[in-house]
Structure formats: C-alpha cells, structure tokens
Design a protein around this ligand. Sequence first.
Ligand code: ATP
Ligand code: MG
Length: 556
Amino acid sequence: MTDVPARGNNFVAKIIEEDLASGKVERVVTRFPPEPNGYLHVGHAKSICLNFGVAEQFGGGCNLRFDDTNPEKESQEYINAIKEDVQWLGFQWQGDIRFASDYFDQLHQWAVELIKAGKAYVCDLSPEDARTYRGTLTEPGKNSPFRDRSVDENLELFEKMRLGEFDEGACVLRAKIDMASSNMNLRDPIIYRIRKVHHHQTGDKWCIYPTYDFTHGQSDAIEGVTHSVCTLEFEDHRPLYEWFIESLPVPAQPKQYEFGRLNLDYTVTSKRKLKALVDDEVVTGWNDPRMPTISGMRRRGFTPRSVRNFCEMIGVTRSDGMVDVAMLEHAVRDDLNKNAPRAMCVINPLKVVIENLPEDHLEQLTAPYHPELDLGTREMPFTREILIDAGDFKEEYSKKFKKKLTPGNRIRLRQGYVLEALDYDKNDAGEVTLVRAKLIENTLGVDPEDGIKPKGVVHWVSASHAVEAELRLYQRLFNNPTPDKGDADYKEHINPESLVIAKGWVEPALANVTPESNFQFEREGYYVADRFDHTSEQPVFNLTIGLREDKALQKA
Ligand code: ATP
Ligand code: MG
C-alpha cells in the first residue's frame, strides 16, 4: 500500500526494530485476535493498524486469529463481518484465517500435562465459594480444599469433565500457582470450564472449553507469534501468560506487550453496549452509518485511508487517553477534500428560468470531477430551467450579498455560464418561488466580454434532468462527550437529530454511480452513495461529514 503514511515511531515498532537488530527475532509475526462476538469498531481499527502495520513495516506477517473460547456469544455472522472489515481497511493476514479452536486438542493435551506435573487440579468449589477463597486486592486468598488432590484423581476427574459427566459449573480445572500472590490473576486461575454448548467451529466435540488466559499465549506460541500486542487491561495477565509459556513444552517463546486502548469522546466503544443499541433498535444494525463500527464508518462514507490516517495521527502509547472525535472527523474530511470527486446536488431548490434560452435548449457541459486529480469528467445537461439553492438568491443587492444572485447582479454557475437575475415571483407567504434571469453569452470558462465579472459561484442542476435523491443527514449518535460515564443510561444521550431524512436534486450522472462512491457535493458536504440502498431508480446518499468543522452543529 503506497498511500499509507510513514510509520515506525511508536514504541512497539521500536521494540521490534531492536529485536530484529539484535537477532533475537528473525522475522516478526504479530496477530490480531478478535472475539467473534460482535462487529469490529474504531478501537479495533487502532489495533489492526498497529498489528498489521508493524508486520508490514518490518517484512513480517500478521495472523488473523479468532479468539473463539466463548461459543455461546459467538457466530459465523461476526466472523464474516470481521474478515470483511480487516480487508476493507486494506490489510491481508498471512496464510489462512486461524481459530483458537483449531488448537483445542493441543490445549487439552497441555492441560493434561500440567495435571501430570502437579500444576493443575480439578476444583469443586461453587463459584460463590471460589470467590471467597480468592481473597481481595488487599487480602491473600486461601487454598481450595481440592488443591491437593492426587494427580491420578485429577486426571480421572478432568477426563470425566471432558466426557460430559458433570453439570456445567460443577467443577473447573485450575492452574496451581499461588493463592497469596499479590497478582489476583495468579491465584490459581481457571483454565478449563464446563460449557455444554455447540461451538460454531468444533460442533459438539467439546463440552469443556479453555479460558482466554489458557488459550491466548499458547496459541501465539503455536503460530510462532513473536510480539503479542494487546491493550493495557491485560498488563496484569502478563505474568500468567509467561507462567504458561514457561510451564509448557510450547514450540516458541512469544512476548506480550501492551498499549493504550482507544477511547473517543461522543462515542461508545464496547461491543456489549453497541450490541444493545442494535438489539434495542436504537440504530438499524451494526453497520448503521452512525455506529463507530468499521462497517458503520464504511457505510457512512469514511474511506479506509481516512481511518488508517486517523490511527496514525493518534499514535500508539503506553497509556489510556481520551481522543477528541473531531480528530476522526478531521481525518475523514481531509481525505475526502483531497480525493473525492466533486458533483452537484441542490438541497433547498429555487427554480431559475433563463429567459434568453429557447424552451427546448439542451446543452451537455463537460465537467471534470476534480479540479486537480484526473478523476474523469461527466456530462451536465444545461437547460432553460435550472435549480439553484434558495439561499443563493436575494431579493435586493447589498455588499453582503455581492456573491449572490440578485436582480442586476451576476453569478457564475459552477462549471457553466454567467447569469444575471432580472426579476422574481413571490407567493402569498412572501417566499420567492421563481427567478427570471438572462444568460451572458460566451462566458463558458471565460469572463464576460463587457468586463463585469461575477463575484460568486453557485451550484445548480437542470430542473428537467436532475434526479431526486434521498439524503440521509447524519450527525453524531450521542450528544454527550462521555455517553457511557456516570449514572445515566447511555441511551439517554442519543442525539435525536442523529438522522434526518431530506431530499436533494442531483445531477443525472450521479444516479448511475456505484454504491459507495464518495463525493463532495459542492458547497453542501461530503456524501456517499449508500452501500446497500442506492440504485439508479432511487438514489440514496448519506452525509458523511460537513465541509467544515461546525461546532454548533456537530456538538448538537
Ligand atoms: P470490547 O471491549 O469492545 O468488547 P474486546 O477487547 O473485548 O473489545 P476483542 O475482540 O477481544 O474485543 O478485541 C480484539 C483486539 O482488539 C484485542 O487485542 C483488543 O485489545 C483490541 N481492542 C479492542 N478494543 C480496543 C480499543 N478500544 N482500542 C484499541 N484496541 C482495542
Ligand atoms: Mg476481549
């Protein structure tokens, strides 16, 4: 990918660079390990850009591994969506996609080896008792009364667990580490639990499933991951990660590193809460354009490059922080400003009749889609009746309105001729309903011969050829900077104007664009043809973002 900005100055990249230089590592291998229990969001994008980014930067590879140890919350729908999102961002995993469940046989065998080494035992404490025995942050835990079971008894009980002879919750397999450790994660953590549920990958083969902690590091080792990069909440799990790697005959010695997760203001980034927005129909789905999911941002019209640029802008640090969502919006606006084709859409129309053109005048004006980039051209039909934005006409001239069409004043039609208004009609409510104007001849691309130059340029479409489009005007989903902090339910902070449906008249070329085409509708905003609903018969455009940062509007 040539369009990705330079990387390499984050602390993870530095560690990798040193490990490669010292020969500690020959080829860097990272992994992105989503749990397929929801769609990926903007926080995951940060992790994806980091993991795939450093692998790419140093000529290594990044695995996509589904961390699928909680089958009841997981589904194939999520797996498919995650794969699509990673590729949409512009990344490709090395080899086939992987599943932690691919390693269930190996993990089970290692659990048996831990038992044989006297480092794991079956514990029958009820969840409540186990909690009491675990102690607190300030008090050490107590050994479970089942801690000293013999190896043989443990082997037999664990096998019975596997064969489904116990009910869910009846017992668990725990690592035997240290109930007095100041690190709670080392107080004999659970490594296997009974779950009599169907698994989307392994079917009904297993009724015991390994925990995240027992799965993650070993999966890294099996795959030859060199740098296992995760978010800071796993820092306290690192000693456990290392304990398993040291205690088991794993084929490699991966190392865990932690970075700060992305928190964005005005945004919720918890899969559980995003799922509730979907389930409660606050939004239309995981890919609703207001959702901070990758598929939502995609449908909203964000480009992969803008999301990657954002991740580059915020950097990677070893601390958690809050990022201003305006930075994400800026990244999107900046990318679209540079790269999006320009086109015209009139949202608040006023008809202008050009009286010195014949009734059946039809001229095709050829206009480039972009002032600098070679994005091709389109034909814009120019006719006697056109639509302009009502705000571009004023009844009376004043200095303030010198860029507006007013009787006696000229403007240029964008990509077209110069017009001068003659007079206008009003309805009983005092609104201007129609403007009569004259075209100044020989002004296509050149100034008028009489030397009276127009000051303003307005966007327009042919009244008879424009196509009516549905416009979905999106704003931030939440009207509170920290919607999920505090006592109030975050759903109480939904911005009631986060979606407003409007109408627009677009140039006919726009009806035929493919879904997901981005545009700057000149002087209106950045829009995208809806990925799912846009058709040439019924064009649908989503407002991606306004042309300028407008605090009053955005912070609703
Ligand atoms: P959530 O809290 O949204 O449910 P999660 O951590 O449970 O997220 P996973 O599917 O386990 O979701 O995450 C996959 C990877 O993405 C993990 O390595 C995780 O650390 C990383 N990740 C998740 N959320 C963020 C975030 N907000 N910022 C950066 N990385 C994140
Ligand atoms: Mg997780």
